[in-house]
Every structure is written in structure tokens, then in C-alpha cells.
Design a protein around this ligand. Structure first.
Ligand code: COI
Length: 446
């Protein structure tokens, strides 16, 4: 039998499938409407808790378990280890000329090698780690990183010390923070010590790229991306952990960051983090939305953005750094204040180190507490703000000399004091990093 020349049986089968498919779709629709009504009913009946106070954690906690064995989710699968590392060295024709240390800018040049290890859940977990000549990545256009910013990174540095030895600064803290970011992004976690050993080997292979000067260093950028080629907003069952290296000078173009202080735009219409968000994780998605605001600041003649949060305009961070304020408090004491790790603040390693050093130093009172623009403004009027500075891996310690806030210029006398706290902190950190003093935070690589 045939209709318009078509054989009847396949035609009937297809029609039956089409009708079944439509019925199935209608069932889904009917079912979802019911669920929606149910959900709305719950919403009417339920009292939702309000966010009015952000949880204040204990002073000086670093959030993540640095000293304990890291606990992975049970379904992560096999871990990679340093003992599995394969090394494929660049051929002589692939080696790039090394730049003059004085010409270095932040993150513009990369060394000859990189580290890479893939993760595939269906293949049992982490695969074999490898060091290889620096190469482009090949990604499927549906890779989750390209659609949902399933990405996180770290910023570390290797320093060539005055004794010629190369050191990393507190790498275990970067690893702890990176695993915390991975957990929040649905990406696989890794064994911190094994990854540090792989990074150290990479630095050791490219050791001639570690600048022979105390005014530059080798920036290390460990990165983790979700590469599963599917568009569902879900954990990425494939991932790539890699590390690239870049010799760097000062973070700010044409300025060591210490001869003059930076000027800041503090515009309360913008914020970089909020309660329950991921402001305390080092994810690429925290940085992209800041670029427009940074451009706005530059257009208005300011170097950086002072990030505020909430109706009371709390200070949170400055540019890509943590912020510190040295002030005279109501009891007449010198107090070094930084906002607490309440979920809005990135737990910076330099931040943590400055708190440790300042507490040990015991010359100023050190507090992690909320500080608002109203307080800063009042104290500036009363000449009780002595210094303000930003702290981070890329910039180390960066003095601040002016804040533009609500149509007013607040002048901060950070640069006016020769024995300033910011300078003491900066020099102490550099002494440790460049091996001028022996310190357990500076880890020598072989
Ligand atoms: C760092 O200080 O390592 C940073 O994360 C800054 C970077 C985003 C440029």
C-alpha cells in the first residue's frame, strides 16, 4: 500500500511516534504547571530568612585547611602525583630570547614550558601530568569554560634570592585557596603537595626566566578550567589544570608602585562581591565585571577602583588587592584595620602575611573588622587616617594617596611618613621573598 508514492508502514510508524511525542510533551507541560503552582504556594506560606548581617568569622582565620590533609569529594577519582610527571623539553628552535628585567611589564611574556594535566571522570579521574613546550590549547566550542566561566586561577611568584637560589612564597596557601575555588565551581580538586612539586619542577626547568634582580620575579599562573563539551549548567566532568609562567616587573605600567601612591575611585553604585557569592574565591568570573569599572575610573583620571559594599559603603578591596587602613582609633592607639574574611573578601596570602607580621611586630593594634566610608571620611577630616595601602601577590604592597568619593577628594597622607607601616611591611615581605632573611614562608626549589 502507498500514499502519494510513499510506502505506508514507515509512514504510519512515524506518525505514531510523532503523536506519542506530542502527548509526552503535553504531559511535561501539564506536570510543570502543577509544580509551579505548588512552588508558588510554598513561597506564600514560607517565611524566608533575610540577609541583614554577614557572618563575622574569627579573627585571622585563613578559611581553608592549609595544614590538614585535603579532603576530596569521594567521587573525584584518581589523583595525579609528581612521580607520574612526564617531561617533554622544548627544542633549541623553540626557545624564546629572555627579556631585559627593566623592560618587563605584567603578564605580557611567557616562558618556554608549561604544565598540564587533564581530568576525565569517565576515565577514572586525573590523568598523567606533563611538562611540555608552551602551546595553544585546543577546546571544543561547547567547553563549559567558554560559556559559563567555569574557571579559576591562582597568582604566585618565584623569586631569585640574593644568594642565587629560587624560592616560592607560601605555595601551600595558594593550593588551599585553589582547591576551595574548585569545590565552589564544580571542578575536581587535587593533592596540593603533588601540584606544588610539579610547579617547582616547571620553574626549575625554566629557571633562567626567573629575573636576576630584586625588582622583578617570575609570576606563576596555575589555572583550572572546565572543558566538558556540553551546554548543561552542571559540574564539568572533564577539566584541565595547567600552569604558565611569566617574568614580571611592577604591576603598574611605568611605576614601581611605591614612588607615588595610587588614586582611587570609590563609586558605591558598583560592587564586586555580595553575601553568599564567590568574592572569597579566585575565579575569573569575579574579574571580568570589574574591567568596565576600572575603565570608568581611568577615564575619570583615577588609577584603581575602591570596591564598596552595602548601604553603609563598607570598604572591601582595592583593584585586585586587599585593603589596609592605618588610623588613630578613639583610644588614641595606632590601629591597622582590614575588612574581615566574611565572604566578600579574597583571603589574600599577602593579606594574611601582613596580619601575621604586624601582630608579631606588635607596634600597632591589628584588627580585622568592618570599616565604612563614613568612618574613613570622618577620620580623614580629623587627620586620623595615617596610611592606606593595597596588598596582593602581583603588586605586593601598594600605597594609596587619594580617594574620590561622593564628589569629594579625600587625601590620604600615606607617602608623607618615611617610617611608614606600609613600607615596613613591604620591605619585610621582600626580604623574606628574596632570601635576605631566612624565613619558613620562603620555600626553596631544588
Ligand atoms: C594577584 O595579585 O596575583 C592577582 O590575582 C592579580 C591578578 C588578577 C592580576
Amino acid at each position: 500500500m502507498s500514499i502519494h508514492g510513499k510506502t505506508m508502514l514507515p509512514y504510519i510508524v512515524r506518525k505514531v511516534f510523532e503523536i506519542q511525542h506530542k502527548l509526552y510533551q503535553q504531559q511535561i507541560r501539564a506536570c510543570s504547571t502543577g509544580r509551579l503552582q505548588e512552588a508558588l504556594k510554598i513561597e506564600e506560606e514560607q517565611e524566608f530568612p533575610k540577609i541583614n548581617e554577614i557572618k563575622q568569622p574569627e579573627e585571622s582565620s585563613f578559611y581553608y585547611p592549609v595544614d590538614k590533609k585535603f579532603k576530596h569529594d569521594p567521587d573525584i577519582g584518581e589523583q595525579f602525583s609528581y612521580s607520574q610527571l612526564r617531561v617533554r623539553l622544548a627544542g633549541p628552535h623553540q626557545l624564546q630570547p629572555k627579556p631585559e628585567a627593566d623592560d618587563l611589564q605584567f603578564g605580557k611574556l611567557f616562558t618556554d614550558h608549561m604544565f598540564k594535566v587533564a581530568y576525565h571522570k569517565r576515565l577514572g579521574g586525573w590523568q598523567v601530568p606533563e611538562i611540555m613546550p608552551l602551546e595553544n590549547l585546543v577546546l571544543h566550542p561547547a567547553a563549559k569554560v567558554l560559556h559559563y566561566a567555569v574557571e579559576l586561577f591562582e597568582g604566585m611568584k618565584a623569586f631569585r634570592g640574593v644568594d642565587g637560589r629560587i624560592r616560592l612564597f607560601r605555595p601551600e596557601m595558594n593550593m588551599a585557596r585553589m582547591n576551595a575555588s574548585a569545590q565552589r565551581s564544580g571542578l575536581p580538586t587535587f593533592e596540593p603537595e603533588e601540584f606544588v612539586k610539579c610547579i617547582s619542577r616547571l620553574v626549575s626547568i625554566d629557571q633562567e626566566w626567573v629575573p636576576h634582580t630584586e625588582s622583578a620575579s617570575l609570576y606563576i599562573r596555575p589555572t583550572l578550567i572546565g572543558i566538558e563539551p556540553t551546554l548543561g549548567v552542571a559540574s564539568s566532568e572533564s577539566a584541565l589544570l595547567y600552569t604558565i609562567l611569566s617574568p614580571v616587573g611592577g604591576y603598574f605600567a611605568g611605576n614601581s608602585g611605591t614612588s607615588t601612591g595610587v588614586s582611587l575611585l570609590a563609586d558605591p553604585q558598583y560592587t564586586r562581591s555580595w553575601p553568599g557569592g564567590v568574592g572569597d574565591r579566585k575565579m575569573g568570573s569575579n574579574y571580568a565585571p570589574t574591567i568596565h569599572v576600572q575603565k570608568e575610573a581611568s577615564k575619570q583620571g583615577f588609577q584603581q577602583v575602591l570596591w564598596l559594599y552595602g548601604d553603609d559603603h563598607q570598604l572591601t578591596e582595592v583593584g585586585t588587592m586587599n585593603i589596609f587602613v592605618l588610623l588613630i582609633n578613639d583610644r588614641g592607639e595606632r590601629e591597622l584595620v582590614t575588612p574581615p574574611l566574611n565572604g566578600l573578601i579574597l583571603p589574600g596570602i599577602v593579606r594574611h602575611s601582613i596580619l601575621n607580621l604586624a601582630r608579631e611586630w606588635n607596634q600597632v593594634k591589628v584588627t580585622e573588622r568592618k570599616i565604612t566610608m563614613a568612618e574613613v571620611k570622618k577620620l580623614v577630616y580629623e587627620n586620623r587616617v595615617l596610611e592606606m595601602f593595597g596588598a596582593g601577590t602581583a603588586c605586593v604592597v601598594s600605597p594609596i594617596e587619594r580617594i574620590f568619593y561622593m564628589n569629594e577628594n579625600l587625601l590620604i597622607p600615606t607617602m608623607e611618613n618615611s617610617d611608614a607601616v606600609w613600607r615596613t611591611m613591604r620591605n619585610t615581605l621582600l626580604d623574606i621573598q628574596y632570601g635576605r632573611v631566612k624565613h619558613p614562608w620562603a620555600i626553596e626549589i631544588d
